[in-house]
Design a binder for this molecule. Sequence first.
Ligand SMILES: CC(C)(COP(=O)(O)OP(=O)(O)OC[C@H]1O[C@@H](n2cnc3c(N)ncnc32)[C@H](O)[C@@H]1OP(=O)(O)O)[C@@H](O)C(=O)NCCC(=O)NCCS
Length: 167
Amino acid sequence: MMAQALPKPALRPYLPADTPMLAAIFAAAIQDLTGDDYSEAQQDAWAAVADDEQKFGKKLAGEVTLIATLQNSPVGFASLRGNDHIDMLYVHPSVAGQGVGAMLCDALEKLAGGRGANKLIVDASDNALEFFKKRGYVAQQRNSVTVNGEWLANTTMQKTLAGGDKT
Ligand SMILES: CC(C)(COP(=O)(O)OP(=O)(O)OC[C@H]1O[C@@H](n2cnc3c(N)ncnc32)[C@H](O)[C@@H]1OP(=O)(O)O)[C@@H](O)C(=O)NCCC(=O)NCCS
């Protein structure tokens, strides 16, 4: 019998019809992947950001949102706000640790560089600090933000992009 190659993730742009699926990935990623760093109350408040799907869809459509798919099903997404801010990066827990987040982040870095940005900034959640550190992002400052009535800490991190507009 021939060995079957593992399916490779692919990228495509966000479409409005993806909103419910991305809301589900958002909530699942928060519930399953952030529990070491945030309390249940914090996770619930954070995940509830996608409860209003119309509002969540507007946010996705207002940024450059890319979707990672496996066999045509969305498994993660990332969004670029303006030229140089990563706003969202979420990977479904069932495929976490398989390079999907790295692929999405790579794509945003190329996109930002292509738009002339010389740096990329992210307010990284505590669980994502190592992920971004590995990719060359450097911590700038700690922040505390309120989300649906809960205080959540994050860290602003910055990466210098090679080949960007240095002016
Ligand atoms: C952060 C997140 C997007 C990473 O996605 P992922 O697909 O699991 O990441 P990858 O498999 O591409 O990992 C890339 C590298 O980072 C490392 N990494 C990923 N998550 C990590 C973690 N929590 N702690 C330490 N290292 C981590 C991987 O081991 C891998 O290292 P390698 O290149 O040496 O193999 C995902 O865990 C997630 O959705 N988290 C919850 C939501 C969140 O916090 N998003 C960030 C908002 S700013």
